[in-house]
Design a protein around this ligand. Structure first.
Ligand code: SF4
Length: 121
């Protein structure tokens, strides 16, 4: 029986039926366009996610700074990235888009501040 997923590449949301062998996509049905096949292949063979979370910040009104990965991370690196982020402590002021960490979980992907926080005191 095929694995089912919804294509989220456009609002139509086609229901895809996938055949997978050894973590490789062998066929896809239900897609109304080529992007559905590309989406399914990426989800099966190289799933990625943009990571959003928080890190500790000192000398700011808030104790937590929202952060976001500059690019989607391979799904298998997300747990390692979250562990790394638990140890990050930054000092205010921080500007939105500022690089918080250069090489998240050895991926070469940057972690960025998702908002600005002023220094207090
Ligand atoms: S398969 Fe094509 S039409 Fe269907 S949801 Fe994906 S992008 Fe949209």
């Amino acid at each position: 029986m095929g694995k089912r997923m919804i294509c989220i590449s456009c609002p139509k949301g086609c229901e895809l039926i996938l055949e997978v062998n050894n973590e490789k996509l062998t066929s896809v049905k239900g897609n109304d366009c080529k992007r559905g096949e590309m989406f399914a292949r990426s989800e099966v063979e190289n799933p990625t996610r943009v990571l959003t979370s928080v890190v500790t910040i000192r000398k700011a009104k808030s104790k937590l700074l929202p952060v976001i990965s500059a690019e989607p991370l391979p799904k298998q690196k997300i747990e390692e990235a979250i562990k790394e982020m638990r140890n990050i402590v930054v000092d205010a002021p921080v500007r939105e888009g500022e690089i918080i960490k250069d090489d998240l979980a050895g991926t070469g992907i940057k972690l960025l501040a998702a908002r600005s926080l002023k220094k207090i005191g």
